[in-house]
Ligand binder design. Structure first.
Ligand SMILES: Cc1ncc(COP(=O)(O)O)c(C=O)c1O
Length: 472
């Protein structure tokens, strides 16, 4: 090794000496000072020269061997490989690809903006408690046998969920009918893989959740928009528009995005249709008990006597989408199929999160958190209504958002896009329609209330009202 390969070490640095030695040699190889095939000194020689332990040089060499920059060849010593891998800096620039769900979520790397829908109150998330439970679960997980976990998810958590669902949602199921998933979307993916309905038609609420619509299409189904009125999805319309449907996806608890609960008569009509047509119903219970007025109605699955409803729950709204946790309750006759699909295509997510959440439920924190969120969101909704004043055309509470009507034909998407540039993020009502042209009278903005802290409320409303005044 010639003198141009001086290895300089900084003994005051927090970077370990072996990493510094490896770094020096890596640079020398990449810039050609150490040519392909060049021989490196033995550990012993280099250690003596640098005044470090042999183990230190050895671990630096092992690292470069792992990076395929050098090779050892017995008596031939250690040499630079004939063709060192290209430096990262010389690699082709990463292509810029469009992120998924663009237009729905404004930026994955930024904190939520005021009015943003679908995110919980940042300031009310029990972060300390959650990190303590996660740390404990991480230790438990690390100590447990290294083996494949049950793809349906933790048996403890599934038992807890079965008890919870009986009380809170009126669903009576065995823990083995439950599969834990990566939220609602994970549950939808699992369900569509299990039902194998590619090529068939599905009733989809109009307006309805665009992620479900696209999800159905990605799984090869043909979603047909079925109007939703003040009682929920109009089953008669469904029969007229797509009698051949094999599936309906509904949000009966609180319709997304209008917030109306599906009436008892409509629930019965939908269940009767499913039995007659031998069709399936997917119940998207995204808000679960998180209803700001009164007590949430039982789930649709609670009234299902013939095993036609696949109930999907999520903790994205009640807790946080960052948990990435939800579940599917499969009808008894399908439970083994769902378990098989979980085992082969969609195993339950992150065991640490499951264990932490099981503790969170067992210690009573979940129900306490839900109660707290209901009160907080109701206060934030009232504060928003008061701030917008009587002149604002507010026509409904849509789940955890206030709906502000705009004159028919307004370009609510352009307004929503401009709002994001100004630092607030309402959603346009027209985005929720498969065919917004047919519903030109339905223009407006959905203003999520969850993140409207006292400090944010006034400036957010002022920004929005100024923008609306300009657009008029
Ligand atoms: C109608 C509806 N379903 C489900 C979800 C939640 O999906 P996930 O659990 O995949 O976060 C949302 C979130 O905004 C929603 O609006």
């Amino acid at each position: 090794m010639d003198s141009s390969l001086d290895v300089s070490l900084d003994r005051s640095s927090s970077e370990p000496l072996s990493a510094q030695i490896a770094g020096n040699l890596r640079v020398a190889i990449r810039d050609g000072r150490l040519a392909p095939g060049a021989r490196l000194p033995s550990w012993r020689d280099l250690a003596a020269r640098l005044g470090v332990g042999r183990g230190t040089v050895r671990s630096a060499y092992e690292r470069l061997i792992d990076e395929r920059l050098i090779v050892t060849a017995g008596a031939a010593g250690t040499r630079v490989v004939a063709q060192p891998a290209r430096a990262e800096s010389a690699a082709a620039p990463a292509p810029t690809l469009t992120a998924p769900l663009s237009g729905l979520l404004h930026d994955f790397s930024a904190p939520p903006l005021p009015f943003e829908m679908g995110v919980p109150a940042q300031d009310a998330f029990p972060a300390k408690l959650w990190s303590r439970l996660r740390a404990r679960a991480l230790r438990t997980g690390a100590m447990s046998p290294v083996t494949y976990p049950d793809p349906r998810g933790s048996a403890t958590l599934r038992s807890q969920l079965a008890s919870y669902l009986a009380i809170a949602r009126g669903i009576h199921c065995a823990p083995d009918q439950i599969v834990l998933t990566a939220g609602y979307r994970g549950g939808l993916g699992l369900t569509l893989a299990a039902l194998q309905l590619a090529g068939r038609t599905a009733w989809m609420e109009e307006p309805g959740y665009m992620v479900t619509r696209t999800g159905l299409q990605l799984a090869g189904l043909r979603p047909v928009p079925i109007p939703v009125d003040a009682h929920g999805l109009d089953v008669e319309h469904g029969l007229a528009l797509a009698p051949e449907a094999a599936l309906a996806v509904v949000t009966p608890g609180q319709h997304a995005p209008t917030g109306v609960p599906m009436s008892p008569a409509r629930r019965q009509a939908l269940l009767r249709w499913a039995v007659r047509a031998q069709a399936w119903i997917v119940e998207d219970d995204y808000l679960s008990e998180l209803q700001l007025q009164g007590r949430a109605a039982p789930a649709l699955a609670a009234a299902d006597r013939h095993g036609r409803v696949i109930h999907i729950g999520t903790f994205s709204k009640t807790m946080s989408p960052s948990l990435g946790l939800g579940f599917v309750v499969a009808p008894l006759a399908l439970a083994e199929r769902f378990a098989e699909v979980a085992g082969c295509l969609a195993p339950a997510p992150n065991l640490v999160t499951q264990l932490a959440f099981a503790e969170f439920m067992a210690e009573g924190h979940y129900l306490r958190h839900l109660r707290h969120m209901k009160t907080l969101y109701a206060q934030r909704r009232d504060a928003l209504r008061a701030r917008l004043g009587p002149q604002a055309d507010i026509d409904a509470m849509a789940g955890l958002a206030v709906r502000l009507r705009l004159p028919p034909g307004s370009d609510d998407r352009a307004i929503a896009a401009e709002a994001v540039r100004r630092g607030v993020a309402p959603s346009s009502v027209s985005r929720w329609y498969a065919d917004p042209q047919q519903h030109r009278q339905e223009r407006g903005l959905l203003l999520g209330v969850t993140n409207l802290t006292e400090a944010r409320l006034a400036p957010a409303c002022d920004t929005l009202m100024a923008l609306l005044a300009e657009m008029r």
